[in-house]
Design a protein around this ligand. Structure first.
Ligand SMILES: [Zn+2]
Ligand SMILES: [Zn+2]
Length: 212
């Protein structure tokens, strides 16, 4: 089982997530901690659970998902994983070192394992992290409950984003729970059948009541 805790940090109401299996090692996904109280909240949680961060995983390079990276690297000296395409976005002067991710790569951290699924669109280097065994996926700003990530940035591409979702995410096990970078959680099955952005492809699923 993979345990998760979701914080909502910074002006963008971004989800910083802590995940751990048996512990005591954990990962931090998209540390958007910005205000001192964000850091206090994160540190108090980790201390309370006896968790020690082993790595930072970034779904993409946007500021609201990376505000806290440098401070956490300085505190724990832990590796940060990000797709290199987001290291090249012209308006992102990254101030932290990172290990580049590749599509299909398996990342093993302590007793956890995630498959990297590249999903360009919202940003060129957007990725999802899938824990296949526990049917849980961090989708960043690619796929949300009932919507998809914005694609109006200069480096975004709507067609790429739809293609990423339709080709790589939507056919996954419908029971997979998705944890997006903002807003509520959902499942692949629910998004496949009800997400209006995927409407031409929606199909009725057993998990969706007909009165919808
Ligand atoms: Zn974003
Ligand atoms: Zn975001």
């Amino acid at each position: 089982m993979l345990n998760t805790h979701i914080f909502t940090f910074n002006l963008f109401q971004e989800h910083t997530m802590v995940a751990w299996a048996d512990g005591p090692q954990c990962i931090i996904v998209d540390p958007g901690c910005h205000h001192p109280t964000d850091f206090d909240e994160l540190y108090a949680f980790l201390e309370g659970k006896g968790l020690s961060p082993a790595a930072i995983l970034l779904t993409h390079g946007h500021l609201d998902h990376t505000f806290g990276v440098k401070a956490l690297q300085e505190k724990w000296d832990i590796p940060t994983y990000m797709h290199p395409a987001d290291g090249e976005m012209p308006d992102r002067p990254f101030n932290f070192p990172f290990i580049p991710l590749e599509d299909g790569q398996m990342i093993k951290i302590a007793d956890m394992e995630f498959k990297v699924i590249t999903t360009p669109g919202h940003t060129p280097g957007s990725v999802c992290f899938l824990d296949e065994g526990n049917r849980l996926m961090f989708t960043g700003d690619t796929l949300f409950a009932g919507t998809i990530g914005r694609s109006d940035f200069a480096y975004s591409d709507y067609d790429d984003e739809i293609r990423s979702i339709m080709e790589k995410l939507i056919w996954l096990d419908p029971a997979i729970e998705i944890y997006p970078g903002h807003g509520p959680s959902s499942t692949i099955g629910n998004e496949r059948t009800t997400n209006p952005f995927l409407e031409p492809f929606n199909e009725l699923g057993e998990d969706v009541p007909l009165e919808l």
